[in-house]
Each structure stands twice: as C-alpha cells, then as structure tokens.
Design a protein around this ligand. Structure first.
Ligand code: SAM
Length: 296
C-alpha cells in the first residue's frame, strides 16, 4: 500500500516545489490543487472505475493524476512543461497504470495515439484541471478528434462554464454554447473556491461535465454553412440576424433571395441571434443552402 501523504496537500505541494526548485508558470496556467476532497469529487463525477481509461491534460505535479490512477484502469497524462516531467516521474513512481506524455495537447495526433495506446479500450473519459488560457481550443480539439470520448470532466473558469451551459435568450448564450451543445450534453457539476489552489487564481472556477450525445440536434445539409451563418448572426449581438447576415452577403444583389430564404425557413429575420436554438439555426442554414446562398 502507498502510505505517502497525497500530493494534493499544502505541505506536500510546497515540499515538491522546493525539492525541484520550481515556481508555477503563470503563462502556462499553472495553479496546482491542494485539496484531496475536491480531486476525489472530480474523479467521482466521471464515474471512473477499473474499466475506465482516462486522458488527463496538464498533470502539473501529479495531484489529480494520482487520484485518477487510484480508481482507473489506466491514465495517459499530457504535459507541455518539460520541467515537470522528472517531477511527475518522481511523485507518481508508485503507480504502474500512469503514462506521462511530454506533449502540447493541441498538437497531439489522436489517431496515432489511439492506435498506439487504446487497443483494449472499454470506456474513455477525459479529466482535467485545464490551463484556462486555452480552455476553448482544448475542448474543441477534443470534440473534433476521432477519439470515442464518453464524457469529459473539466475544471475551467466559471464564466466560460456558464457560456458552455447557456440556453437561448440569456446573456451567456452564444456561438460557443452552440458549438459545444451541438455534440455534448453540458452541466456544471459544482463550483470550486479559490482557496483550493496554489497559487490562488484571481478568478472563480467550476467543474463541467460534458457527455457525448447519442444523437446531435445538428442535422443539416451543410455543417460548415451552419457554423458560418451561426457565427455571423452573433457578430453584432444587438443587431437582428437579418442585418448581420445581409452584411456578410458577398453579392448585395442577392438580398431578395435572402429574404425568400428567411420566409422559407419560418425564422423571423427581425430576431436576434441569441434567441435562436440550434434547431432554428439549422432550419435557416438549410433554407439558405436550398436558395444557393452558401458564401458567407
Ligand atoms: N493537474 C494539476 C492540478 O490540478 O494541480 C495542474 C493543473 S494546471 C491548472 C494546468 C496544467 O496544464 C499545467 O501543468 C500546465 O503546465 C499544463 N499545460 C498548459 N498548457 C498545456 C498544453 N498546451 N498541453 C498540455 N499541458 C498544458
């Protein structure tokens, strides 16, 4: 049995940082968790068990990695900061089910990773206390990857969590909410006080659960057109979708066509983007497609 004190305590974290002469790098979003209870709750939120393979992003000095490894079949942890690799090899030496990969998560070739490491996969979950400066690129990169991710349990800035979860006609709702909710069911599992971090960040944090949807609400003829018109509709939030889309038309002579496409879709052009659901944007995108309006 491992009798060492958990990594996620103030005294052990200080001791590790001193032993390796390390200072947390702000530019890499390094805020280490020093509360074991929070980490256990994160692992529980992902229902991690001995059939679960976990991908972790940014293991830091190994606090969360250790708690995942206790429950999971295996953990693959991607860390960009080369200074932390020897630290992790030391702090996690007692766990045989952890693989540390010194890589930028945004540059990982997931197809190759899957072939090399996930041959005997039963269930795949992503867990991370994310580096906040690249939260959105990381989430999009994972959603767009070919990995069969069942769910993700992610710590992020509370405001970003609220945007991911937001419903139409709220001030948090926007293109990010739609881009994520087109593929994942989102809920904020719990919020986290600043006091559990070392060093303490200036912002509030929350744990978000993203579960892959069996069926996407996004059923359209042309996905890339859907995203173009959806993003254009939020370009100026206070303007109507009509004004936002008309501005984007390559050929102003096509305005009549645009009006007809709106009529055909059943979507009132005087609405604002923030009031449209994914299905509404889908209807509009398909009508534009049918009327040959595909260059936005
Ligand atoms: N998991 C640790 C914990 O909870 O205490 C540390 C979390 S800290 C908020 C974020 C971690 O992500 C840091 O270790 C940082 O070096 C790492 N990181 C930052 N950018 C990264 C990237 N592009 N790819 C992989 N890891 C990254």
């Amino acid at each position: 049995m491992n009798k060492k004190q958990a990594i996620a305590t103030p005294s052990r974290t200080k001791e590790i940082l001193e032993k390796f002469h390390l200072r947390a790098k702000k530019s890499l979003g390094q805020n280490f968790i020093i509360d074991t209870n929070i980490l256990e709750n994160i692992v529980r939120a992902g229902s991690v068990d001995k059939e679960t393979t976990v991908i972790e992003i940014g293991p830091g000095i190994g606090a969360l990695t250790e708690q995942i490894a206790k429950q999971a079949k295996e953990v693959f942890a991607f860390e960009i900061d080369g200074r932390l690799i020897p630290v992790l090899e030391d702090t996690l030496v007692d766990y045989s089910n952890i693989t540390i990969l010194h890589e930028d998560i945004l540059k990982v070739d997931f197809e190759k990773f899957q072939k090399d490491h996930l041959t005997d996969l039963k269930r795949l979950v992503v867990i991370a206390n994310l580096p906040y400066y690249i939260t959105t690129p990381i989430v999009m990169h994972l959603i767009e990857s070919s990995l069969p991710i069942e769910q993700m349990i992610l710590m992020m800035q509370k405001e970003v969590a609220e945007r991911l979860e937001a419903k139409p006609s709220t001030k948090e709702y926007g293109s990010l909410s739609i881009a994520i909710q087109a593929y994942m069911d989102v809920d904020i599992a719990f919020t986290v006080p600043r006091t559990v971090f070392m060093p303490q960040p200036n912002i509030e944090s929350a744990i978000v659960r993203l579960k892959a949807l069996d069926e996407s609400p996004l059923q359209v003829k042309d996905e890339s057109l859907f995203f173009k018109i959806m993003r254009a509709s939020f370009a100026q939030r206070r303007k109507t979708i009509w004004n936002n889309l008309r501005r984007e038309l390559d050929d102003k002579g096509k305005e009549t066509l645009l009006r007809e496409a709106f009529e055909n879709s059943g979507i009132d052009p005087s609405r604002r983007g923030e009031s449209l659901s994914i299905e509404d944007f889908g209807k509009l995108a398909d009508a534009l497609y049918d009327f040959g309006l595909r260059d936005f």
